[in-house]
Design a protein around this ligand. Structure first.
Ligand SMILES: Cc1ncc(COP(=O)(O)O)c(C=O)c1O
Length: 390
């Protein structure tokens, strides 16, 4: 069992930061890696041609390990989730006889707009599956509605393992059966999942997985990862960067233009992928996440949150965590979430309002005191709302 890792961060005592789903803090180890990267650029002669490739290869290999991929060649370094999904949209197979894209209602916009565009271009229908029920049946009914929506007309299913607004978990095994039966392309935005929860592309067999690096992967802003399966991997990248071509490590011969890409998904690497500051930071962050282990991170979050469930429910807050690193508090109907959030912020408890849920997203640096402050602040805020509405 993991113990609290707060001493590895510089969080201070003033703030109860329960908002990793927006931005993780940087550990001291990650900050040190960034500072070292800056120093290298201060003396650029210390940066060798191999430094344009080897750190990126190592980072892609580390991410491959985190998601149990077979090979680092399946992984590309990206600047954002939207960039990684654009690679998929640009390389969607023809899908004869199919004309439907299935999304979940309220998905993160980077995992929506690209599919709207694809639907317009191909004249396909774009279906957003909503939860048909509220309350305790919501998650089960939503999962069922998602499975029902995937049929022989379905060309693409794009979703996340958990909903980014309130942590609703989707049954990936069941979706896998369904998409494989109908031959649909399956894309997972695992930003709110990978790092804090075990995840295996080898077990799931999707066509693409993308994840931003600055949340549960604990890295800097501006790096994301893409894993691309065989149906997408040989496609046409959305940009043509020199480093993605064969023999690009031979700087003296770069203008011997090459017709072929580096193998696997490397064609999808973003230009200037070898950022000398953020790549080492991301490497330090992933090394740390792997040392902790996603299963142990999940167990830590459970052990942190579980003791407080009864008190929260007694206050009229509906809460049913399915994943312990990201979950929603559904408030009594007379309480506007935004007002509550402002009340919490005044007491330096940092959470997010997403849709109609207050989203709480702890991690290994959080303490029972943070949870205690969340519960107390909620109690105060609910009392305030009650007084002003009477
Ligand atoms: C589920 C999800 N995907 C992606 C992102 C970030 O997308 P992008 O990297 O395109 O800015 C976020 C940010 O909150 C998110 O919650």
């Amino acid at each position: 069992m993991l113990t609290c890792q707060k001493s590895l961060f510089d969080l201070g005592e003033g703030v109860a930061y329960l908002n990793c789903a927006t931005l993780s803090p940087l550990s001291r180890r990650v900050v040190a890696a960034g500072q070292e990267g800056i120093q290298r650029k201060v003396r650029p002669w210390s940066i060798k041609p191999t430094d344009f490739f080897e750190p990126c290869d190592r980072l892609r290999a580390t991410f491959a390990r985190l998601i149990a991929a077979e090979d680092l060649l399946e992984v590309a370094l990206l600047p954002s989730v939207s960039y990684g999904l654009a690679q998929v949209a640009a390389n969607m197979p023809a899908m004869k006889g199919k004309n439907k894209i299935v999304l979940l209602e309220g998905q993160f916009p980077s995992n929506v707009y690209c599919w709207h565009r694809l639907a317009r271009t191909r004249q396909w229908e774009c279906v957003q599956v909503a939860p048909p029920l509220t309350g305790s049946q919501r998650a089960a009914a939503w999962n069922e509605a998602l499975l029902d929506a995937i049929d022989e007309r379905t060309a693409l299913v794009a979703m996340g393992p958990v909903h980014w607004t309130d942590g609703t978990c989707f049954d990936l095994e069941a979706v896998k059966q369904r998409v494989h039966r109908h031959g649909a392309v399956w894309v997972l935005d695992a930003t709110q999942f990978v790092g804090a929860h075990p995840f295996s592309v080898t077990d799931l067999g999707p066509d693409a997985v993308v994840a931003a690096g600055y949340k549960f992967l604990m890295g800097p802003y501006g790096i994301a990862f893409g894993w691309y399966g065989p149906r997408i991997q040989q496609g046409m990248p959305i940009e043509e960067n020199w480093a993605n071509r064969m023999h690009s490590d031979d700087f003296a011969r770069l203008i011997n233009y090459q017709a072929h890409y580096r193998p696997g998904a490397q064609r999808f690497n973003v230009g200037e992928q070898a950022n000398f500051i953020t790549v080492p930071m991301m490497q330090a962050a992933l090394d740390q996440v792997l040392e902790w282990g996603p299963a142990r991170i999940q167990a830590y979050c459970r052990q942190l949150v579980h003791p407080y469930l009864d008190r929260l429910r007694a206050m009229g807050v509906e809460i049913a965590p399915q994943a312990w690193h990201i979950f929603g508090l559904h408030l009594p109907s007379h309480v506007p979430p935004q007002v509550l959030k402002e009340g919490l912020e005044a007491l330096q408890v940092v959470v997010s309002v997403r849709g109609d849920a207050v989203r709480v997203s702890p991690n290994v640096y959080n303490t029972p005191e943070d949870m205690e402050r969340l519960v107390e602040a909620l109690d105060h805020a609910l009392q305030d709302v009650r007084q002003t509405t009477h």
